[in-house]
Design a protein around this ligand. Structure first.
Ligand code: ADP
Length: 342
């Protein structure tokens, strides 16, 4: 998988990053089963980078507490996300997967980082402004501090590469700034993490105008049953300039055509069919649904098996947290020493 990176003035191709001993880290919210945007924007890179870097991935249940307040729901969604990541290709033999709250060192580092982070940096974060609007009844302190916890997550493991969707670019930049602020005050301690994007860094939703997102409800659920996937794909808004079946299409404006890029090398032939009106939007959507269903068929089976065996998933997560322990503890010891904590 080709990737590009951001968070620095001139994005560097991920292939140019030093492959040996470089550590990669990413966290994902326990939002239940992931959607196509999560997969094409981030999870596909988690899987690809397992073999390139020492990879650590975690399910960020502490972050989720800023919006999810039902304990049973949080527990269930954490299990679902873990099972989904494993089903989609994370391999515990090649990466470390765990639940954020199982490594409590991260909350200590968050506090230490809070003391080097100006409040103004947090107040200007776009997601903070967005969440304040989305949940005006619940503007909890965690929403403001969210990026400090994220920075702590990444640098606790001294990761240099962070696979995320482009919507996370501003958060990543803030993590870099926080790491830099710490290094400036206490001496060089942390690498400045770089984002690694996929070829589909922003996947648009079924409405064709907004980013695919669970909170908007414009998703394609890749691990859902076939009928659900087909219904979601067939509901997609296509080329709004194409009124009649015989009108020529504009694949560059059509979200369905854009998604075909990720599901076969023949996307140009598909685009040509649209341009010349040989094919209609319905044909192109039907083909996309077939391909999504086929691509994730095995993952869907594996997901069902894992969900039927939560003890297997828990064991993998426990082992992951244990594997992460020495790295986390070494970083905390170093930071405490640097900051003058006895
Ligand atoms: P958070 O970004 O708070 O972790 P999500 O669970 O929505 O929340 O995102 C998980 C990962 O999937 C992130 O790396 C995010 O950038 C990526 N992602 C989410 N939606 C999209 C999308 N529509 N297109 C590309 N990447 C996305």
């Amino acid at each position: 998988m080709k990737t590009d990176t951001a968070g620095s003035p001139a994005p560097t191709p991920a292939s140019a990053l030093q492959p040996s001993r470089t550590r990669c880290f990413s966290g994902i919210q326990p939002s239940g089963r992931p959607h196509l945007g999560n997969y094409l924007g981030a999870i596909s890179n988690y899987v690809a980078l397992q073999d390139r870097y020492e990879s650590i991935y975690c399910i960020v249940d502490l972050h989720a507490l800023t919006s999810v307040h039902e304990p049973d729901r949080l527990r269930r969604q954490t299990l679902e996300m873990a099972a989904a990541l494993l089903a989609l290709g994370l391999d515990p033999a090649r990466c470390t997967l765990f639940v954020q709250s199982h490594r409590p060192e991260v909350t200590e580092l968050m506090w230490l980082f809070a003391t080097v982070t100006p409040v103004s940096w947090l107040q200007r974060t776009p997601t903070y402004k967005e969440k304040r609007q989305n949940q005006p009844e619940d503007v909890n302190h965690g929403l403001l501090t969210y990026p400090v916890l994220q920075a702590a997550d990444i640098v606790l493991y001294k990761a240099s590469v962070v696979p995320v969707g482009r919507d996370q670019a501003a958060h990543l930049e803030l993590s870099r700034e926080i790491a830099r602020a710490f290094n400036n005050r206490y001496g060089p301690t942390f690498p400045e993490p770089q984002a690694a994007f996929t070829e589909a860094p922003v996947v648009m939703g079924t409405d064709g105008v907004r980013k695919m997102s669970k909170s908007i409800g414009n998703t394609i659920e890749i691990l859902a049953d076939e009928a659900t996937i087909r219904r979601q794909v067939m509901s997609m808004v296509t080329d709004t300039l194409r009124i009649r079946r015989t009108d020529p299409g504009h694949p560059e404006r059509c979200n369905v055509c854009q998604l075909h890029r990720s599901f076969g090398d023949d996307f140009e032939a598909i685009w040509d069919g649209e341009r010349t009106a040989r094919t209609g939007c319905v044909d192109t959507k039907r083909l996309l649904a077939d391909r999504i269903i086929a691509r994730f068929a095995e993952a869907r089976e594996r997901y069902a098996e894992l969900m039927a065996s939560p003890a297997t998933v828990d064991r993998i997560l426990d082992e992951g947290a244990e594997r992460a322990r020495p790295i986390a503890q070494a970083t905390i010891a170093e930071v405490r020493e640097r900051m003058g904590l006895r």
